[in-house]
Design a protein around this ligand. Structure first.
Ligand SMILES: Cc1cc2nc3c(=O)[nH]c(=O)nc-3n(C[C@H](O)[C@H](O)[C@H](O)COP(=O)(O)OP(=O)(O)OC[C@H]3O[C@@H](n4cnc5c(N)ncnc54)[C@H](O)[C@@H]3O)c2cc1C
Length: 406
């Protein structure tokens, strides 16, 4: 499959002014563009500006895991909706998203992790998510290749899934363009300025020398959002963190769920092509450096750590050959919750960042929420809970979602 003009291009003509300019053509920006066009029935003038090619950011580099197994009620409910959207997305977008519901299997080895999974299972039961609390032996019935020696308890949700990320991004882009949005690639927004004359809009200055005005700007640049915000003097506490991942030679299909070992932040699944796709938590070295510099290199340290963790939980991985290794930027928010909504001091600048390691799965529902808010004026509790202004609120507790994997 190739990226064609129908998904946007480097020479797409820009209007002088748009109702909404979305900076960043990752899954967040493009799902929102699609929903804005769909809900406004093509009435809104929407422009997406992407610095590089589509899928060049985290949205083209992730593991494609989509789960409703969260510790926070609101996240469980959001993800139930997101998975519902995902189910119909291949048909809606006209592209094979390779959506495969093999479930997620979480393993707990410590008393704390055990208590967390027990709380989750109870919460999910109340919310209506089909998560089951399992003994280690029952976990092995789902994946017989697991070594569950130190595992205390597991949870399994058969509705959790894995998708092919590129198809999502391309499908959203193609459908947004089909409904009248402009998707301009290979063009960077260098600077944003408030419009003069007391209007609440913005002028955006581009790497091509062009400018475009907008009533509303959405900052959907993920891990790069810090730099863009700084061009307006805005400081938010998110920061980039390099997250590494790898895929193996293809094996005969044997692994249905995506498995997460909470002890070390290991996760692995088998793609529809048979590869084992795996990542693991790594120390945050370098994260305190300049948050506008993003390192996308790969390391031997990661391979060593991942191999040890994977072989411990699934000993057959000892003979597995690694074919590819790469990394992508997590956009880390300090409390684990996204940074979403209107920016203090700039009501028409919407932040859509801080999604850490779970923005892909949330993009279908979050794009819908943001578009509903802009087109229909509909509110949703996450728009205040995840608001960029929360960090300045005296009642802010700093507590957010705790089930951050990787
Ligand atoms: C290795 C890895 C594994 C992951 N696994 C999962 C997973 O299993 N499930 C899950 O839900 N999430 C996962 N994530 C997280 C997920 O990929 C991200 O949260 C999500 O893709 C963020 O989407 P985004 O659109 O906000 O950002 P991005 O996809 O990074 O898009 C931002 C875009 O903005 C563009 N840009 C930046 N600056 C400018 C500018 N000035 N002008 C114009 N364009 C600009 C960039 O080029 C980029 O394309 C993973 C991430 C990584 C790195």
């Amino acid at each position: 499959m190739t990226v064609t003009n129908e998904m946007g291009s480097a020479d797409a003509a820009l209007p002088q002014r748009a109702d909404v300019v979305i900076v960043g053509g990752g899954v967040m920006g493009l799902s929102t563009a699609y929903q804005l066009m769909r809900l406004s029935k093509g009435r809104l003038k929407v422009v997406v500006i992407e610095r590089s090619y589509l899928v060049s950011g985290a949205s083209g580099r992730n593991g494609g895991g989509v789960r409703m197994q969260w510790a926070d009620r609101q996240n469980v409910e959001l993800m139930m909706r997101s998975i519902d959207i995902c189910k119909g997305l291949a048909q809606e977008l006209g592209i094979n998203t390779w959506f495969r519901q093999g479930g997620y299997l979480f393993l707990a080895r410590t008393p704390q992790a055990e208590a967390q999974l027990e709380r989750n299972a109870e919460l999910h039961h109340h919310v209506g998510a089909p998560t089951r609390l399992l003994s280690p032996e029952a976990a092995r019935e789902i994946v017989p290749q697991l070594d569950v020696t130190d595992v205390r308890v597991a949870t399994y949700n058969p509705d959790d899934a894995v998708v092919f990320p590129w198809a999502f991004v391309w499908g959203y882009a193609a459908q947004a363009v089909k409904r009248g949005a402009v998707v301009r690639t290979h063009t960077s927004v260098e600077r944003i300025e408030p419009e003069p004359g007391g209007r609440d809009g913005f002028a955006l200055h581009l790497s091509t020398g062009e400018s475009i005005e907008a009533d509303t700007v959405i900052n959907a640049t993920g891990a790069w959002s810090v730099g863009l915000n700084r061009s307006l003097g805005i400081e938010l506490p998110n920061h980039p963190h390099r997250h590494e991942i790898m895929s193996s030679e293809p094996l005969k299909p044997f692994l249905d769920p995506l498995v997460v070992d909470l002890a070390c932040g290991l996760y692995f699944s088998q793609s529809t092509r048979g590869e084992i796709v795996a990542g693991v938590s790594m120390p945050s070295e370098g994260d305190d450096a300049d948050p506008t510099e993003i390192n996308l290199g790969s390391s031997m340290l990661f391979l060593g750590r991942l191999s040890r963790a994977l072989c411990r939980v699934m000993p057959i991985a000892r003979s597995l050959k690694v074919l590819r290794q790469w990394s992508g930027p997590y956009d880390v928010s300090p409390d684990g919750d996204a940074i979403l909504g209107r920016t203090p001091g700039f009501p028409n600048l919407i932040q859509m960042c801080g999604f850490t390691g779970h923005g892909f799965m949330m993009a279908p529902v979050v794009g819908e929420l943001v578009a509903r808010n802009l087109v229909q004026g509909k509110d949703h509790p996450v728009l205040s809970r995840w608001s960029p202004g929360r960090f300045d609120d005296p009642s802010y507790t700093g507590r957010g979602e705790t089930m951050i994997i990787g």
